[in-house]
Design a protein around this ligand. Structure first.
Ligand SMILES: [Zn+2]
Length: 247
């Protein structure tokens, strides 16, 4: 989505949408574990030492990995769980770098092409994974590039296998190549374990989640108005494979 289109949507949201999460009548429950998990602030639901994952996600992933191994594919996770603190580091590094040349809002629009606003990333949940095929010859440079997953790219065999099999294990592609989809760009490497991630997506839409998010601190946050955030959630967090929104 182009920056102008997004900003137009923001102004539409500002003009017309009643912002539910501004309601003063809501009871703020910051102790709610599920909300803390959705924000990347609690990792007590995660297992595995090396790359942390939500426990059912880990089980399903292990089964999927075994099945793929029989086809000569070595599925490996390059990014699983990411804490709020980690996402904040990524965000602030990009924000500092980009604001040396651009205005803050322009910098933010650049960052959110690929990186989530801290506290809103699906990687906070422990249900989402970025994967590669370690049996393939690793390309030099950045592993997570679209071209590596298509045509004769090193991870094209993995992608074809996932297209056919991932659903059987509960994994769905999140940021599909659907031109009608809004938000983040196409990511052929990012899968989500739907049976668990759908719960966190639901939590994200709740008023008390947004209340809790508003208490978090990171650089550049002051530019994210309520209107911006409302539009961001609609465009980005719901700009996903529709299968993941069927509860
Ligand atoms: Zn990812």
């Amino acid at each position: 989505m182009k920056r102008d289109e997004f900003l137009k949507l923001v102004s539409i949201a500002a003009a017309g949408i009643q912002l539910g999460f501004n309601s003063k009548s809501l009871i703020l429950n910051l102790d709610n574990k599920a909300i803390q998990q959705a924000l990347g602030l609690d990792d007590s639901h995660l297992v595995s030492e090396f790359i942390k994952l939500e426990k059912n996600t880990y089980q399903a992933f292990s089964q999927m990995k075994s099945k793929a191994a029989k086809a000569g594919i070595d599925i490996n996770i390059v990014s699983g769980y990411r804490s709020f603190e980690h996402q904040k580091e990524i965000w602030e590094r990009k924000f500092k770098h980009l604001t040396s040349e651009k205005k803050p809002l322009q910098a933010i629009m650049e960052i959110i092409k690929y990186s989530s606003i801290p506290g809103t990333s699906r990687h906070h949940w422990g249900t989402d994974i970025d994967i590669i095929d370690s049996a393939a010859q690793a390309p030099s440079g950045d592993l997570l590039l679209e071209k590596h997953y298509h045509n004769n790219g090193p991870f094209s065999k993995l992608k074809s296998w996932m297209d056919l099999n991932s659903k059987d294990f509960g994994f769905e592609l999140v940021y599909t190549n659907d031109k009608e989809r809004t938000g983040f760009k196409y990511e052929p490497w990012h899968y989500s374990f739907k049976p668990e991630s759908k719960k966190y997506l639901k939590i994200q839409s709740q008023d008390n989640f947004l209340k809790a998010w508003q208490n978090l601190e990171f650089e550049g946050k002051s530019y994210l108005t309520d209107e911006f955030i409302t539009t961001y959630f609609e465009t980005y967090n719901l700009g996903i494979n529709p299968v993941l929104m069927q509860f």
